[in-house]
Design a protein around this ligand. Structure first.
Ligand code: CMC
Length: 427
């Protein structure tokens, strides 16, 4: 703990403890502020507010560092697997060989969904956005698993967590299959988590599907890069929903809804659409000018981040992965050239330099996903699939925290003061 922070309001002085984490900025503990001073703090968008204590993920936005339980994302992306990272986030450590076998087996045993869940898909229009389907179907899981709804029981929380991580690829692949009018493909538990997902997505019952190991590796790495990201909007949504004691499946559905927005997970879809719209490097200056124009709401999608004021470390791994996937598939995409040149131009432009706007994870991910064969509407679904591990780990951490209370922000009220009701004929 550091020195107390001194605070003065209306002539009265107060002191608040300063808490120190293992790394990262100190935190002023203002929990007693309202009780002692009668004042709230004002922080729309929570730019200066720590909402919880967490051991899961650390970001140093200035340095472009991302650590999961201490391990740098670059090392995890290079050496680990999504299942290993899931174990790390959910259980606290990288697994031993035996622990890994047990964990993978447990997740694998939960990959199937209740047969009646299929009926939910038929209720959606074929052209429904798969994120709309994901919100509905994942929320519907809460109606299926009554044996994992006592959130105060760690064993039940663990089962709900395993179910969510295991079923997400199945549910996501079904959303895709439904949109293209193909039959759902059941999981094949001989395959890896990611291989299974690729088969359920791109396989058809009439033919044998052979997983391409290079694509499986690239996809797995994309999942690792999206597994968790500290207290971002969707994770905070899951925590806030969960703070009332709500059903875990419903909390994750809330996270999916939040992730869908173009300022968050929806940016990968928006980034690729933007790159395609630019179409040719000659048009880049026009788009950079628009992004800088205060009177134009256009922003460079896949650029800028609330926390990173440096290169997003996930974006570098993504850029490398694009090259690997293109080599494997022996394809070239002019959109990648547009992206590389756009990045270079923006990084040399005073507007982007001054505001510390760098490519984020979404800038290159759409290019890879498109090369693998996913339509843009599925991009955010893949983000949701991978982020489920982080959401569930954060939700578990919150519920097990003895200091956890229902999330309830306050406000600066600027509406009318008390006034009397006027009958309709007198207004
Ligand atoms: N293009 C042009 N200008 C930008 C951009 C951009 N992409 N991003 C931020 N700015 C400007 C913004 O206009 C503002 O300028 P000023 O100070 O003159 O008003 C300044 O930079 C700060 O922006 P902000 O909106 O106050 O920053 P924020 O922390 O609230 O927003 C952001 C962060 C990610 C929502 C924003 O950078 C953005 O909209 N980026 C495009 C969408 C995107 O790529 N989102 C993916 C985020 S990473 C994946 C995820 O976590 O989901």
């Amino acid at each position: 703990m550091g020195d107390n922070a001194k605070f003065s309001i209306n002539g009265d002085n107060f002191e608040y403890p300063v808490l120190t984490g293992t790394v990262g900025p100190d935190v002023v503990d203002i929990r007693k502020l309202y009780a002692q001073t009668g004042a709230f703090t004002y922080d729309p968008g929570f730019t200066s507010t720590a909402s919880c204590e967490s051991e899961l993920t650390f970001i140093d936005g200035g340095e472009g560092v991302l650590l999961h339980r201490g391990y740098p994302i670059e090392q995890l992306a290079e050496n680990s697997s999504f299942m290993e990272v899931a174990h790390l986030l959910l259980r606290g450590e990288l697994p031993t060989e035996d622990e890994f076998a047990e964990f993978t087996n447990t997740i694998t045993l939960h990959t199937m969904v209740h047969e009646q869940l299929r009926g939910f898909y038929q209720g959606f229009r074929r052209d429904a956005h798969p994120m709309a389907i994901m919100c509905g179907v994942v929320g519907a899981l809460s109606a299926f698993y009554h044996d994992s709804t006592d959130i105060n029981d760690p064993a039940q929380r663990r089962i709900a967590s395993h179910r969510l991580v295991a079923k997400m690829p199945t549910i996501a692949a079904m959303a895709y299959k439904y949109s293209i009018g193909q039959p759902f493909v059941y999981p094949d538990n001989k395959l890896s988590y990611t291989g299974n997902f690729l088969r359920m997505t791109f396989g058809v019952p009439a033919e044998e599907y052979v997983v391409n190991p290079a694509i499986e590796k690239a996809m797995d790495r994309i999942f690792i890069l999206h597994a968790d990201h500290e207290q971002n909007a969707s994770t905070s949504t899951v925590r806030l929903a969960g703070s009332s004691g709500a059903n875990p499946f419903a909390c994750i559905a809330a996270g999916i809804a939040c992730l869908w927005g173009p300022a968050h997970g929806g940016a990968n879809e928006a980034a690729l659409n933007m790159l395609k719209e630019i179409g040719h490097p000659d048009r880049i200056p026009e788009y950079i000018a628009r992004a800088k124009d205060k009177d134009d709401p256009f922003r460079l999608m896949g650029f800028g981040h609330r926390v990173y004021k440096n290169y997003d470390p996930r974006a570098s791994v993504m850029q490398e992965t694009v090259r690997e996937v293109f080599e494997t598939l022996k394809v070239k995409d002019p959109v990648f050239e547009v992206a590389l040149q756009l990045e270079e131009m923006a990084l040399n432009d005073p507007y982007f330099i001054e505001k510390k706007l760098f490519p984020n994870v979404d800038f290159y991910s759409g290019i890879i996903l498109s090369a693998i064969g996913f339509p843009t509407s599925m991009f955010t679904v893949l983000f949701a699939l991978a982020r489920t591990v982080g959401w569930v780990a954060q939700w578990n951490e919150m519920i097990s925290d003895p200091g956890q209370r229902i999330g309830r922000p306050r406000q600066l009220y600027t509406g009318p003061t008390k006034r009397d009701y006027v009958q309709i004929d007198k207004r």
